[in-house]
Write a protein that binds this ligand. Structure first.
Ligand code: ZN
Ligand code: ZN
Length: 345
């Protein structure tokens, strides 16, 4: 089978590989029916993911059909349509037992697929701990609807959940890239009083305005002033920072009211300054980190009920044979691209 492979910094190549087999009793092999390109794939390409192992098949956002399972797998069975979770987790260690699956202590735990072991931009993928890493897709949910459940939508869902959003809250979301847009959908589930989205890119601003007319869209230059003006108590009650740009961390805490929760999902290129003297007395609560991707079943239920729909994010679809063109388009953000889906043929 053909697999898009990380060769070295700056180089991905399609190479021929053997179809994967079940190795551990807890493994499953999944035939990929739809996959996507994530910004993290670009990070691997650019050499900014030191853990990424040259030679691995990239891709960690995918759905498929179970081909075979190991003898210890009890939930997934051949023929099941499934979402593949970006995170591999054992389900048994201290952190997994608390739902903090991002910190699973198993040697294979964490972001392994498409980073340390072969991922999904190919025909078949081996998924370790399949009972945790695969979630059955309801019959009324399409592959397109389920595509982001295991990665960026899981992230948006988790970010909204830990932000403890109430109905009287003004929520500021900084960044309307793919993960920011997923976060926006999940914040809406809590029905807060007001949602403000800060985004500098005109195409993304327009996307938010056209799909969510009740959301206030602001550019970074006016975000602070507008948020303070629109909020009843001197700032946003909840701030979710998904942008990870040069000044967005500073914006996040400055736009928050006293005693607000500031959730930092963004991944930064550089260390950020926490100016404690300036924020003294503001009594902020910061929540930070990487997604605990263990709510896929709940997310699929919400999609099935029509409460979440991320299909508008799929602006382009390419067959696997043109995946290099798809990367080129996504990486250079041409043609108003938000997300690209990759079909097998
Ligand atoms: Zn990703
Ligand atoms: Zn674990």
């Amino acid at each position: 089978m053909k697999a898009l492979t990380y060769i070295r910094k700056g180089r991905f190549e399609i190479i021929e590989k053997d179809k994967p087999k079940v190795v551990e009793a807890t493994d499953a092999v999944v035939r990929v029916t739809l996959s996507s390109i994530c910004t993290s794939d670009l990070h691997i390409k650019h050499g900014s993911v030191p853990r990424a192992v040259p030679g691995i098949t990239v891709g960690h956002e995918m759905v498929g059909v179970v081909e075979s399972v190991g003898e210890a797998v009890s939930k997934a069975k051949p023929g099941d349509r499934v979402v593949v979770n970006v995170e591999t987790f054992c389900g048994e260690c201290f952190f997994c037992q608390h739902g903090w699956v991002n910190n699973c202590t198993d040697p294979n735990g964490g972001w392994a697929l498409g980073c340390r072991i072969d991922g999904g931009q190919t025909e078949f993928v081996r998924v370790p701990f399949a009972d945790n890493g695969l979630t059955k897709i309801p019959d009324n949910v399409s592959d397109e609807q389920a595509l982001f459940v295991g990665d960026i939508l899981a992230t948006g869902y988790w970010a909204a959940k830990i932000s403890e959003i109430g109905e009287d809250d003004t929520v500021l979301i900084i960044g309307a890239g793919p993960t920011g847009l997923c976060t926006l959908q999940c914040v809406r589930l809590y029905d807060p009083k007001r949602i403000i989205v800060c985004e500098k890119d005109a195409v993304r601003q327009e996307f938010v305005k056209s799909h969510y007319s009740d959301v206030v869209v602001v550019s970074p230059e006016v975000c602070l002033e507008k948020t303070l003006r629109l909020s009843e108590h001197g700032g946003a009650d909840r701030v979710i920072e998904v942008a990870g740009a040069e000044d967005t961390f500073q914006l996040a805490w400055q736009a928050a009211r006293s005693n607000a929760i500031v959730t930092v999902v963004a991944l930064y290129d550089k260390p950020q300054v926490l100016p404690l003297p300036n924020m003294y007395g503001k009594n902020l609560t910061f929540k930070t980190g990487g997604v605990d991707g263990c709510d896929c079943e709940e997310i699929l239920k919400l999609i099935s009920e029509g409460k979440i729909d991320t299909t508008p994010l799929i602006t382009h679809t390419f067959p696997f044979s043109q995946i290099e063109e798809a990367y080129d388009l996504f990486e250079n953000r041409r043609d108003n691209v938000i997300k690209v889906a990759i079909t097998p043929h």
